[in-house]
Design a protein around this ligand. Structure first.
Ligand code: SF4
Length: 363
């Protein structure tokens, strides 16, 4: 069947988590010769009851479960390690079939628990301040591997879906560089026959692949975050090579054209780097950009990680920068850094994640 196979990694059995609901329906009808309601049952088991084996699907006849077992897989990505931070953040290291690993991070807030999900193993975007970027790209994750990060986090939390309030694709990788798998995974998470997460609860974060924003808006209802980090092309191109291909003017035009539901705003993320992008002039230029769209700004004081020479600005500088935004009427938060002691904070994912070519065993 078209669109039912993935090129990475090689799998013998069809992974049902790589299928949209419509593809699952076709597979169940065309390949298994079953009625469409069987697809609905399967979908519910996968994305409402978080089933981890066909044997759990007790309202499917045994003979069908055996056929599914023979041809398909829903095997979870094993949780190879859980790193707990003193601040309550938990980083789940999930083992991939090809020997690599990927990370998902549970970040508690005042009244929320956010799951940060990865979309690639490593990243090709090479942002200068980002540890993941220094790893380079090993490969894209499949839709199944993206969705399973949510499924495994739920399992880790005792299966209680209501405990995860938000899902953000801000982990390892650039989501829009793995667009098809990401869009399908987002739609699976949001499908009202399954987990039924709303567009306000699922956010895709990009470094600024401007031409893909239109596709994201057309193919999903996810919220959008943009890692901005600079207000001039010179500085942004220095920090984020993607800016040489899609400069600020092009990015802003794409953002102005991005359709927003009522009250839904784009989130600008701005990593504050001492002496690089944290001056009053930077803040005033950021105000000008922010006023062009409906947005809010997350200021993220840099997390030092050893793979770059940047420094975190002083608390006074961070507050002065925020004040310029607030005084101009721009909503701006300072994101408290979470999970720094376990390399679970922004820009730090990938420390300890093994590359697929590693021979190290994940225990
Ligand atoms: S910030 Fe995001 S896009 Fe940039 S290198 Fe890191 S993971 Fe990739």
């Amino acid at each position: 069947m078209d669109g039912l196979t993935t090129d990475t990694p090689a799998m013998d059995k069809l992974d049902l988590r790589d299928l949209s609901f419509e593809e699952l329906e076709r597979f169940v009808g065309d390949e298994l010769g079953e009625k469409p309601y069987r697809a609905r049952q399967l979908f519910r088991w996968l994305y409402r009851r978080n089933a981890r084996a066909f044997a759990e699907m007790t309202d499917l006849k045994e003979e069908l479960r055996e056929r599914l077992e023979a041809r398909c897989t829903i095997e979870p990505l094993p949780i190879a390690a859980v790193h707990r931070s003193a601040d309550g953040t938990e980083k789940l290291q999930l083992a991939l079939k090809d020997g690599g690993a990927v990370e998902a991070v549970l970040i508690p807030g005042d009244d929320r628990l956010t799951l940060c999900v990865s979309s690639q193993v490593g990243c090709a975007m090479g942002c200068a301040f980002c540890y993941t970027g220094s790893l380079k790209l090993s490969r894209n994750l499949t839709c199944a591997e993206i969705v399973d990060q949510y499924r495994q986090a739920l399992h880790h939390l005792g299966g209680k879906a209501e405990r995860i309030s938000n899902v953000v694709l801000m982990g390892m990788g650039e989501p829009l560089a793995n667009f098809d798998a990401v869009a399908k995974a987002v739609n699976l998470l949001m499908d009202d026959r399954g987990y039924d997460l709303s567009g306000r609860r699922v956010t895709v974060s990009t470094c600024g692949i401007a031409p893909r924003l239109k596709d994201l808006a057309e193919q999903t209802d996810a919220s959008l975050a943009v890692s901005l980090n600079a207000t001039t092309d010179t500085t942004r191109s220095l920090l984020m090579p993607i800016n040489r291909k899609h400069p600020l003017a092009e990015l802003m035009r794409a953002l102005e054209a991005f359709p927003l539901a009522r009250r839904k705003r784009i989130l600008f993320e701005y990593v504050l780097l001492a002496g690089v992008n944290d001056t009053d002039e930077d803040a005033r230029r950021l105000v000008k950009l922010a006023r062009r769209i409906s947005c809010k700004v997350n200021l993220i004081p840099y997390n030092p990680h050893g793979a770059s020479d940047f420094a975190r600005p002083s608390d006074e500088r961070i507050l002065a920068f925020q004040k310029i935004l607030l005084d101009a009427g721009v909503t701006a938060f300072i994101r408290q850094s979470r999970g720094q002691d376990i390399y679970g904070a922004c820009g730090m994912l990938g420390r300890g994640a093994r590359r697929p070519d590693s021979t190290a065993r994940i225990s």
